[in-house]
Design a protein around this ligand. Sequence first.
Ligand SMILES: Cc1cc2nc3c(=O)[nH]c(=O)nc-3n(C[C@H](O)[C@H](O)[C@H](O)COP(=O)(O)OP(=O)(O)OC[C@H]3O[C@@H](n4cnc5c(N)ncnc54)[C@H](O)[C@@H]3O)c2cc1C
Length: 339
Amino acid sequence: MARLVVMGGGVAGHTAATFAKKWLGKEHEVVVVTPNSQWNWIPSNIWVGVGQMTKKDVVFPLAPVYAKAGIEYKQALATEIHPEGKEGDETPYIVIKSTKEDSKGELEELSYDYLINATGPKLNFDATPGLGNGQGQMGEHTVSVCTAEHAVHANEELKKIFEKAKAGERQKILVGTGHGTCTCQGAAFEYIFNIEHEAKKAGVREMLDIKWISNEAFLGDFGMGGLHMKVGGYTVSSKLFAESLYAERDVDFIIGAHTSKVEAGKIEYELLDGTTHEEEFDFAMLIPPFSGVGFKAFAKDGSDITDKLFLPNGFMRVDAKYDAGAYENWKASDWPSTY
Ligand SMILES: Cc1cc2nc3c(=O)[nH]c(=O)nc-3n(C[C@H](O)[C@H](O)[C@H](O)COP(=O)(O)OP(=O)(O)OC[C@H]3O[C@@H](n4cnc5c(N)ncnc54)[C@H](O)[C@@H]3O)c2cc1C
């Protein structure tokens, strides 16, 4: 019997764990270590952020799902990886810290034969002064839709803006990326047009100046050099699509921007030509940049090997190929489980 430990129960970890259990059966053990008792379908947070969905619609409890699937579930945060084990016992293990109410903070060593790191990104709000609170959490000047709780808060703040607009006060909405190294522009893009749509429905669109700010090279870049889609028999570039959409919906934009500072009602940003500017807002949803979650790794003798396993930004070093290696290693029978 082998033990597969999956760190992180998000989209990647949950998928890996459930398929691994299905394929490995009762012969092998699958353990998921993840800190939240609820699973969040993150893409739908953009609906929670405008009140079209509730938090309840986008989360479900993990424990019953794992119990049914025969997966062992540890509600905990993984903190250390010991891939060589320790002196006298070379079984690899991780250290986990319980996040359960009744055992909060308790440490446990969990040995593994195979380990999957699917811990996703840390929301690195503190990379931009004022975007974070200086203690790793979101600051007080902006909102976010990255977690279900953030999205609930974003909707509450947005509704206050709509109320002010209804009362005749013109409001400035700013949505986009909170740092020059941000990814995940697509989520902010969806959110800004959700706001625009809801504002129309609420009869306040005319009272809102809605502006996009991002580090994208062009509108419709989405942080991945754009894409092409088939619409009505035509192949359309996301650049053309986005440019048309922003014009049609009267949404202004600033691109190629690094948000360098956030204050109450104001951001500072730098453009690629080195010039710095300011932008005011009444409501801002700025996506934070991402980093790794901050694991420590240790060799058998206890020495710190974190920099061997992880990059300076905290993400795990990978071969960046994501393939099965040389052609001669491929087997038709692997399809579709490997590729
Ligand atoms: C608002 C929003 C909308 C999006 N919309 C889309 C979309 O439409 N389409 C799309 O493809 N992508 C979308 N994305 C991106 C997508 O959500 C992410 O790419 C995806 O969630 C990444 O999955 P993951 O499992 O790698 O990480 P995550 O989903 O972040 O999961 C990581 C898990 O690891 C856990 N964890 C963290 N630290 C530890 C630790 N130390 N030990 C154990 N567990 C830990 C976390 O609690 C979490 O459960 C969106 C993102 C956002 C924010």
